[in-house]
Design a binder for this molecule. Structure first.
Ligand code: C5P
Length: 232
């Protein structure tokens, strides 16, 4: 499981994503497909992008009763994605069930990672709405530990949390970090950002990069710059 740059393909339609991927003639980047595209284009979009030679992180963030998550993960595993995810808030039992569902008869399976607390959830909302009394960073680390104990491969987290996650869960536990921006680029709506080089420095395993690549004048060059800075 090597370090890689994952492009967040946050497009609303199949045409848009295919036009974007057409630009990549030499390399086949690892791509993230989210709910909007999956719900609009259906599972065929995964098969088509896969057939073009890309690795796929299917970001559907499952959260339901263990039996439903298990059966749904079996479906995603059959789609042959390379990475997928679920919410750690669904409990260790749900994460274990998800992992079982994802595991194929031959023992192989996609990488399974957990979402801890969404970065859109403020500490205040976590206390008042979700009624978790603990501080945010302790909650994130607790969820990461639960994910590790359930046998998952890692967590999605802010690049600022990646070092601490590795301290708590070991160097092999993967950190997948969005919120990446070039030093001379637009931050947009992201609050806490890091450059690809900084993300490398603090030990992120995979960076998820959307607009700095998808909205760039030359997306292929922006992708190559990310790879140069993050992997070297
Ligand atoms: O365009 P940008 O680089 O901000 O895209 C980041 C991607 O990572 C988006 O798909 C966003 O939904 C996702 N993400 C995030 N922060 C999280 C979890 C996922 O930005 N905490």
């Amino acid at each position: 499981m090597g370090k890689d740059v994952i492009i967040a393909c946050d497009f609303n339609s199949k045409d848009e994503v295919m036009n974007f991927l057409d630009k990549f003639q030499e390399e086949k980047p690892f791509v993230k497909i989210g709910m909007e595209l999956f719900y609009s284009a259906g599972p065929d979009i995964v098969r088509e992008i896969k057939a073009r030679g890309h690795k796929i992180f299917l970001d559907l963030k499952l959260h339901d009763i263990p039996n439903t998550v298990k059966k749904s993960m079996a479906v995603l595993s059959n789609l042959d994605v390379d990475m997928t995810n679920l919410h750690a808030a669904g409990t260790k039992a749900m994460m274990t069930a998800g992992l079982e569902g994802l595991t194929r008869e031959d023992g192989s399976r996609p990488i399974l990672i957990a979402v801890t607390q969404l970065t859109s959830t403020s500490e205040e909302a976590m206390h008042q709405d979700i009624w978790i009394d603990k501080p945010m960073d302790e909650t994130v680390m607790h969820y990461a530990k639960n994910a590790m104990e359930a046998g998952l491969d890692g967590v999605v987290c802010s690049p600022l949390e990646a070092g601490k996650v590795h301290e708590h869960c070991g160097a092999k536990f993967l950190t997948i970090t969005p919120g990446v921006r070039f030093a001379d680029g637009d931050v947009g709506d992201q609050k806490r950002v890091m450059t690809p080089a900084q993300a490398k420095e603090i030990g992120s395993d995979y960076i998820v990069v959307g607009r700095p690549i998808t909205q760039a004048e030359d997306p292929v060059e922006a992708y190559r710059r990310c790879v140069r800075e993050f992997i070297g």
